[in-house]
Design a protein around this ligand. Sequence first.
Ligand code: PRX
Length: 638
Amino acid sequence: MPEAWARRAHMDAAGYDAAVARVEADPEGFWRDVAGRLDWIKAPSQIKDVSFDKADFHIRWYADGVLNVSANCLDRHLPHRADDVAIIWEGDDPADSRKITYREAHEEVCRMANVLKSQGVRKGDRVTIYMPMIPEAAYAMLACSRIGAVHSVIFGGFSPDSIAGRIKDCDSRFVITADEGLRGGKIVPLKMNVDLALTSCPGVEKVLVIRRTGAHWLEHGGRDVAYEPLRDAASTDCPPEPMGAEDPLFILYTSGSTGKPKGVLHTTGGYLTWASWTHELVFDYRAGEIFWCTADVGWVTGHSYIVYGPLANGATTLIFEGVPNYPTTSRFWEVIDKHQVEIFYTAPTALRALMREGEGPVQKTSRKSLRLLGSVGEPINPEAWLWYHRVVGEGRCPIVDTWWQTETGACLVSPLPGATALKPGSASKPLPGVKLQLVDAEGVVLEGAVSGNLCLTDSWPGQMRTVYGDHQRFFDTYFSTYPGKYFTGDGCRRDEDGYYWITGRVDDVINVSGHRLGTAEIESALVGHHVVAEAAVVGFPHDIKGQGIYAFVTLNVGVAATEELRGQLVRWVRQEIGPFAAPDVIQFAPGLPKTRSGKIMRRILRKVAENDLTNLGDTTTLADPSVVDDLVKNRAGA
Ligand code: PRX
């Protein structure tokens, strides 16, 4: 770790140890101080009130505190930072970019909040946001938080069916979208997707349509409203609604190992405290720095590190509409030079794809402004880490490999620049106050250098509070496997220095290009096709995506297994869920390996998909062991 880092960082190694000791000795005082970084209308006197036990299960932080999130992200910066840039917007087309000051962002958010109110949105209402990466996406989130509405952002890559499911699940009566999106020179028909979704959502009363490309859109009278005329007429004054710390802030749907996506619910005080604190600590953020997180606001990374964390800290946050390889594979690095980005945060999958292009596209740019690099979303293989460090950061920028989940709100495990010596591929150590534990399949606690299932034995302010509309599912999913602990679903190794190395999911969730997908969702899409009798989906190692999608499909009797049908099924899944869920491989299988009680033995399917055929394990418990021979013989060339 360079000396200079240890000198300048918010937290050096001794500071880290002191913080860990203090949170043990005086948790109330510690967490009270952390929350003190926000502006509270009423400071909390109750700090932590948590039990993971079944009989008395509840999670509350700062429960009697009162605050407003948008006021923390905007208003409080106005006295001393009104003319600083809050948002740099870089369009898909490199000729398109814009800077928005805190004063302007505040005005825009107030206008949008007033428009929402004029359309009938009230405190507690759920508002669905399906938007391209334009500043209005952030305004929409902040406008909801300003008036106490609960936003549910849906990634622009999701299909009409997926949108409809999410709208219905949280009973959302309002949608904010744009005419079209633009990514990599291609049009994304957002409004059209919303129209299709709404054919099955009669509860939606208003759709606010923001102009991005200016394309014509079909107006459904009484329901659809063009945003700009309302915006122009709206007041720039909208007093922020005082919110209880435990009032809901947003819902974000995420995939699990079973059933339909869960509406992860985050609340106001604890979430913002966590997003803001971790943004400062992990990225060692300093006032005036330019911070670029390349995620989409449709994922939690975009929520916490494009919008809420950076803006709560008065940073300049960069919103990028495009993709890393358009118009050329130098785009990321050109944007860094153009806007003098100091902190850059991206996903390993993007790095692996860019690595394949060689060093040339990187080296023709300067990147002198960079001082810190971050990684998120999936394990970063040491090869990609070293490339990121040597080629992108020219050896001078530390890398923070940040482990966290939609459920955790923001980072939980990460090196702190200036405090932690780096090991390529390890997310290293928990943040102060984060209590990790490794357990075996039976829940026995494992000590020392060992691999196991990653749990948390205590809460942190940014923890999700419930699954929207299904509190029982929240408990069952995360707290019933190992009673008294939160189970992350991840496997992990701890080394002799106490560093953590996340190895990936141990449940039926796969991570494809940093996108989290439940295999059950893809299976359910496949069996929804009229020719499919049964389907089983597993992940397999993929050079660029981290994991690829391998689907075993049994067709109805009499249906011919053709190449054309294979293509049809891939298109079907794209259409049912979204393009990123399209299977990489479909293997037609006359039968799937099942136990005598009818349970599919995924272990065997994973081995076949991974081409690890020498080690299929015990197949004698199968109802029909011969299906395995067929699977192996007809293995698709993945
Ligand atoms: O398996 C872990 C992986 O991504 C999962 C969480 O996915 P999601 O809720 O979509 O949030 C992604 C962005 C925070 C985790 O259970 N994951 C995330 N970050 C890392 C990671 N795996 C290894 N290393 C990471 N840094």
